[in-house]
Design a protein around this ligand. Structure first.
Ligand code: SF4
Length: 375
């Protein structure tokens, strides 16, 4: 097989590793499938898309994660690219302005440390042989030693370790070769401690990923876990990857996860991190799942109708951001008008401040009265 064919195979195999925060808009997750082409992944950074070279060192793997195309039980073509070739090819992409950063992951070559050595060596060559100063995201391999993790953090802007499941039992359902506490949580703890001790190690923080819909875990399990990971290990982002059955893998007959479910989880995580919602605010159905058809913020407000309607001319910022249709920017604009003594007298004015009137009108009072039907 040619190097180009290897690259194609290895970049395709990296597809399910997320490295891009999908924000509050559920439509974004529905568009995700379009974003990886020829190994180039368009991650969002603020309002701009950043092309990243996203690749595995190898799609060979000694592990048996049932959802994964690289699982040792899956009989398909395997490839491997060495650190020298990888660094050289990446620099060609970079110098031709095709990409602005690299996201490097891998299946397991022999064992976790051997794999980390290869990945770290590729990053080392980029930083030293090619004097590359750009963005590097390295995946930490579950079970890797502290020394290898530290070295990865010295070389990378960001590191991540995939937790894959929300619970220990959930991971056992998916893999007999990974130990949830020892191989993953313990490594997350090391990463967090190393970063706290020296902020230049993986200076852009650390992230993780959960596969949604590959086991019996419900949204409550997942939301509990991400809340814990943020508090305990300062995980910056939890990425979600919707499970897709792959022919020839142990879960080939398992139902695919609806992308809408993943989108709702992203929305709820965004509400935790930016809107000060907490675990006790979450509205779930009797089986512990978020409502697929409605925005979770809207459902939370409906559950708390005793707090509404809220007078937009007197409400505090922390109350405004909890109203459906009022985002962070609009809430800031509203409180600015309060500070300078300007009143909002109708919904049209609110709309001009960027508020989604259709979503917010049953939850607000403007001009001192409840005006759900006026524009
Ligand atoms: S460790 Fe598991 S998820 Fe990672 S490449 Fe191997 S089989 Fe896939």
């Amino acid at each position: 097989m040619s190097t180009f064919q290897d690259l194609q195979l290895l970049s395709d195999a990296a597809y399910y590793d997320r490295c891009n925060y999908v924000n509050y808009n559920v439509d974004n997750i529905l568009k995700e499938t379009d974003k990886l082409k020829d190994g180039i992944y368009h991650a969002k950074a603020g309002n701009r898309e950043v092309p990243l070279f996203k690749i595995l060192m190898t799609n060979q793997c000694n592990n048996d994660c049932a959802y994964c195309t690289n699982c040792m039980k899956h009989k398909y073509q395997r490839a491997h690219i060495g650190p020298d070739a990888l660094a050289r090819i990446y620099m060609q992409y970079y110098e031709n302005n095709i990409v602005e950063g690299i996201f490097l992951s891998s299946g397991i070559i022999k064992d976790a440390d051997r794999t980390m050595e290869e990945m770290n060596h590729a990053a080392y060559l980029l930083r030293n042989k090619y004097s590359y100063k750009g963005y590097i995201h390295l995946k930490v391999i579950p079970g890797a030693s502290k020394d290898h993790i530290k070295h990865a953090m010295q070389l990378a802007d960001r590191v991540s370790i995939n937790i894959e499941a929300a619970t220990k039992d959930g991971l056992s359902d998916l893999s007999s070769t990974k130990n949830y506490d020892k191989d993953i949580l313990k490594r997350l703890d090391w990463i967090d401690r190393l970063h706290k001790k020296n902020h230049s190690l993986a200076s852009s923080g650390h992230t993780t990923q959960i596969i949604v819909g590959a086991n019996e875990e419900n949204d409550e399990d997942i939301l509990n876990r991400i809340d814990y990971l943020k508090k305990k290990y300062n995980v910056l982002y939890n990425y979600f990857s919707s499970f897709r059955p792959i022919k020839g893998t142990p879960l080939e007959n398992h139902e695919a996860c609806d992308n809408k479910r993943t989108g709702r989880l992203y929305q709820m995580e965004y509400l935790f991190s930016k809107y000060n919602f907490t675990k006790k605010d979450i509205v779930l159905d009797d089986n512990g799942f978020l409502d697929l058809n409605n925005d979770p913020k809207y459902n939370i407000a409906l559950e708390n109708m005793d707090k509404y309607p809220l007078d937009v001319n007197t409400a505090k910022y922390k109350e405004l951001i909890k109203v459906p249709g009022i985002g962070l920017k609009s809430a800031r604009r509203i409180t600015h008008l309060q500070k300078i003594g300007r009143k909002i007298n109708n919904l049209k004015q609110l709309q001009e401040l960027g508020v989604n009137i259709n979503q917010c009108k049953i939850f607000v009072k403007v001009g001192g009265s409840y005006q759900s039907t006026l524009l």
